[in-house]
Design a protein around this ligand. Structure first.
Ligand SMILES: [Zn+2]
Length: 239
């Protein structure tokens, strides 16, 4: 049934408008609260996959220029760990759509910073480009299950990932490509993560290596047993 809720033919027209996100956010929230379980998962997937493809084809109205949203970037002194809360093999193009819809669209619909009030209704803009395309990722790295780190944002780019502006300004986000709500990362992943942190961020102090749940209360990210079980193991490997 949910395939009928999201009508790609209709939305293909809507997303040509610079302020498409007002209509989309209303639509998305309305259905998110009305659906449950598998139907809800399917609905979210249908929306996100549509945007994933539309972004790749250039079908979504985006700004081609805009303010420097990295202006408040600070030197990196904090690392925030996340998980995708999905099956391994998360597509970077899909992640791009998820962060466009979950982070940038709500912010442009309701900008908090006084100086950014004028963004409201403007086409979405991150100012971050990769391979000539604008990207909306909030993370700096995605670490795959074999421990391979993929670079997303550069360290001088401000990622909107922690739900905490002060922390966003000074942190890099490393996301693990799995769902760790109930299970924990393997020793191998923790080893690779520790090595990656040592390699790239040797000056970050261990008390500033935190989980998303420590930057913003109420999220389970990066996992249900992060604080009690695997954060101590990670820190031990960093000594
Ligand atoms: Zn997170």
């Amino acid at each position: 049934m949910t395939a009928l809720i999201f009508d790609p033919v209709y939305w293909r027209e809507v997303i040509k408008r610079p302020d498409w996100y007002f209509e989309f956010l209303d639509f998305f929230r309305k259905h998110e609260t009305g659906l449950k379980g598998e139907e809800l998962d399917q609905f979210r997937y249908d929306c996100r996959q549509f945007f994933e493809q539309a972004l790749q084809k250039g079908g979504v109205a985006l700004a081609s220029k805009g303010p420097n949203l990295d202006e408040q970037r600070q030197p990196v002194d904090t690392i925030v760990i996340h998980h995708t809360s999905n099956h391994p093999g998360y597509r970077l193009t899909y992640l791009n759509a998820v962060h466009l819809l979950n982070i940038y669209a709500p912010y442009f619909a309701n900008p908090i910073d006084q100086q950014e009030k004028s963004l409201k209704g403007e086409p979405l803009w991150s100012g971050h480009f990769k391979d000539g395309k604008q990207v909306f990722w909030g993370y700096h790295w995605l670490m795959r299950m074999d421990g391979t780190p993929t670079r997303l944002l550069d360290d001088n780019q401000l990622g909107w990932h922690a739900g905490n502006w002060e922390i966003n300004r000074r942190s890099v986000a490393i996301c693990l490509d799995n769902d760790y709500e109930k299970q924990n990362p393997s020793d191998n992943i923790l080893q690779k993560l520790a090595a990656h942190i040592k390699d790239h961020y040797p000056n970050v102090e261990s008390q500033n290596i935190i989980g998303h749940c420590e930057a913003r209360e109420g999220t389970i990210c990066p996992g249900g047993h992060f604080l009690s079980e695997w954060k101590p193991k990670l820190l031990e490997r960093l000594r």
